[in-house]
Every structure is written in C-alpha cells, then in structure tokens.
Design a protein around this ligand. Structure first.
Ligand code: AMP
Length: 189
C-alpha cells in the first residue's frame, strides 16, 4: 500500500495537493479537518471539535485518533491512503503506527510542504473568501494555528525523519510545479 502523510503548516496547500494525488495514484483521501467539519453540527462530537477548531486549537488526541481510525476502517480495500492534517502530534503519529502495524501496514513516507510564514497568512486570508471557514478569516486565529503548528505539530516531522521517511518539498510555486515535486518524491520512494 502507498500510505502518504501530507504534512505542512495551515495554508501550505495540503488540501489542494491531496486532490491531485488522489487522481494520480488512486488513493483514498482522509482529512481529519474535513471529517470534523462534516459532522452533524447538532452532535456532541461536532460541538466539542468546533470548540477547539474555532479558536485554532487542536482537538484532543483521544477524540482525533478515534475519528481517524473509524475513517480508515471505512476503506478496507484502499490501494493506499493520503493522511491530510493527521498526525498533528507525536501521540497521534505513534497511534497511527500502532493502528497500521496491527494490520501489517505502515506509512510509506511523509511529504512535508515547506512554505514561508508570511505566504501562509496571505494564502489563508485569501482562502477565507471562498472557504467560509471562520478559522481562516481571523488573523488572530491564524496566528494561533501557526503557533500551535510550531509547538505541537512540527516535531512530528522528526518522528518520520527518525524512520527515514521524511521528504521535504518546496511548497512555493504554481500548483502544478509543486505537484510535480511531490510526484518526484513519491516515485523515488
Ligand atoms: P484543517 O482542515 O486540517 O486545517 O483542520 C481544521 C481544524 O480541525 C484544526 O485547526 C483543528 O482544530 C482540527 N483538527 C484537524 N485535524 C486535527 C488533528 N489531527 N489533531 C487535532 N485537531 C485537528
């Protein structure tokens, strides 16, 4: 199986590039952010997730890991999976390894999109015009998301680096240029 972790700060282009990767490699796309946003807004789980995401904070690991495992289990025949926005903490990365390991499966590689901070802020504010996401529209929430990324999420790259699975990709350029770089990294293995 080709299991890719698509990694990078908010606004790095993970969602956009996931769309390309699904078509090119025939993978299932799992975005925990999308799963949270698709929950019935009246449910307790949706309210809990929103209470964190509206502030730009991470949803607690136990809830997120459970959601992810449920989602993966919906695709028993997948050729592979793109994990978009998961894992975002080392605890999530460890849980994912354990979960896949039980099935004799593993992460193939982490593709980490590298984008300068100023560019991220510009992209998120622009995305807010079409996404309707409250967490994209407010500069303070964006700051908090980036701060949380640096503190809680960036260390996850070291987790995969230690396994020899980290592939850094320049995330600046046109969508096609960046996609080309990602494919090159994936095809190299
Ligand atoms: P995203 O669509 O990936 O930007 O995620 C939107 C929001 O959902 C994040 O700011 C978090 O509040 C929450 N979220 C998504 N994925 C995770 C995760 N792996 N761990 C914790 N919270 C998450």
């Amino acid at each position: 199986m080709l299991n890719l972790v698509l990694f990078g700060p908010p606004g790095a282009g993970k969602g956009t590039q996931s769309e390309n990767l699904i078509n090119h490699y025939g993978l299932v796309h799992i975005s925990t952010g999308d799963v949270f946003r698709a929950l019935d807004p009246a449910s307790d789980l949706a309210k809990l997730a929103k209470s964190y995401s509206d502030k730009g904070d991470l949803v607690p690991d136990d809830v997120t890991i459970q959601i992810l495992e449920n989602e993966v289990s919906k695709h028993p025949n997948a050729k592979g999976v793109i994990y978009d926005g998961f894992p975002r903490t080392n605890a999530q990365a460890e849980a994912l390894d354990k979960f896949l390991g039980k099935k004799g499966d593993s992460i193939s590689m982490m593709i980490a999109l590298d984008v300068a901070e100023e560019e991220l802020k510009t992209r998120l504010l622009k995305r807010a015009e079409v996404s309707g996401r409250a967490d994209d529209a407010d500069p303070e929430i964006i700051e908090n998301r980036i701060a949380n990324y640096k503190r809680q999420t960036a260390p996850v790259a070291d987790f995969y680096k230690a396994q020899g699975k980290l592939r850094l990709v320049n995330g600046i350029g046109s969508i096609d240029e960046i996609f080309g770089r990602i494919c090159e990294a994936v095809d190299k293995g």
